[in-house]
Design a protein around this ligand. Structure first.
Ligand code: HPA
Length: 266
């Protein structure tokens, strides 16, 4: 283990954070709300993923928000980067090892619903794993048979809805469908996703939910809608659009998460 990894674990054990947040593209601004932050780049942490798509910083930032301890993983590695569904396994296991009990995952996504336009935020209530991949393939123990009936924590969702209500934050809810990426979906795939019951599509998060449940963490997750799904508006999709649009819903989600943390509701 590199010295920095040991230092991180020692430092964060003292912090006693109950909750960690994985920040998706365009959501990195939330780290600026952390008081007295400790920042360590993934590159300095053995076993942490290196490289990432533009818009992802790749660092652990820890500290407090309104006095409540919090750890943020700013940036993730996606399955489509190296074909490894378990790329985030070690970071999630490190979180569990330092005493984190709850993981909040965020992403940007394409919406399949007219009433969930770009700029809106969706609480993920369940998911469909369309990739055919699973981060626990190869795990030799019987622990690999992880139940997914309560993958998204009802009590965390109840708390989040309550804070959203208090703060007048409009929060959509729905089912997220994981496509491997990195190419975007076709219009036919988007029609299929709608038929199968999805409300949003994206290229991340689902493997992390599985890994977090495997590690015994409670999970909540959000999508920031950056666009309508392919074929819904006529234009072509692009990562530039994702990066440009993510900060809009990201600011709303950042406000909601900061309130949830400050009120000890996450
Ligand atoms: N599809 C998949 N992933 C995405 C999209 C999309 O339309 N928008 C942002 N991430």
């Amino acid at each position: 283990m590199k010295a920095e990894t040991a230092t991180l674990i020692e430092g964060l054990n003292g912090l006693k954070a109950e909750t960690a947040i994985v920040l998706g593209s365009g959501l990195g601004g939330l780290v600026d709300r952390i008081e007295n932050p400790i920042r360590i780049s993934y590159g300095d942490l053995e076993g942490f993923p290196s490289g990432g798509v533009s818009g992802h910083a790749g660092e652990v930032v820890a500290g407090t928000i309104s006095g409540v301890p919090i750890v943020m993983l700013s940036g993730r590695v996606h399955y489509y980067e190296h074909g490894k569904a378990d790329a985030m396994r070690l970071p999630i296991e490190v979180l569990a090892a330092i005493g984190v009990k709850k993981l909040v995952l965020t992403n940007s996504a394409g919406s399949l619903r007219d009433n969930l336009p770009p700029g809106s935020v969706m609480l993920i209530t369940d998911h469909i794993n369309w990739s055919g991949m699973n981060p626990l393939i190869g795990e030799p123990t019987d622990k690999r048979f992880v139940g997914m009936t309560n993958a998204y924590s009802s009590s965390m969702m109840d708390n989040i809805r309550q804070v959203a209500n208090e703060q007048n934050v409009t929060l959509g809810e729905g089912i997220y469908m994981w496509f491997s990426g990195p190419s975007f979906e076709t219009p036919a795939e988007i029609k299929m996703a709608k038929l199968l019951g999805a409300d949003a599509v994206g290229m991340s998060t689902v493997p992390e939910v599985i890994l977090a449940r495997f590690a015994g963490l409670e999970v909540a997750a959000f999508s920031v809608v950056t666009n309508f799904g392919a074929g819904m508006t006529g234009g072509e999709l692009s990562h530039t659009e994702t990066k440009e649009m993510a900060p809009k819903g990201g600011a709303l989600l950042g406000r909601l998460l900061a309130s949830c943390i400050g009120e000890n509701k996450l």
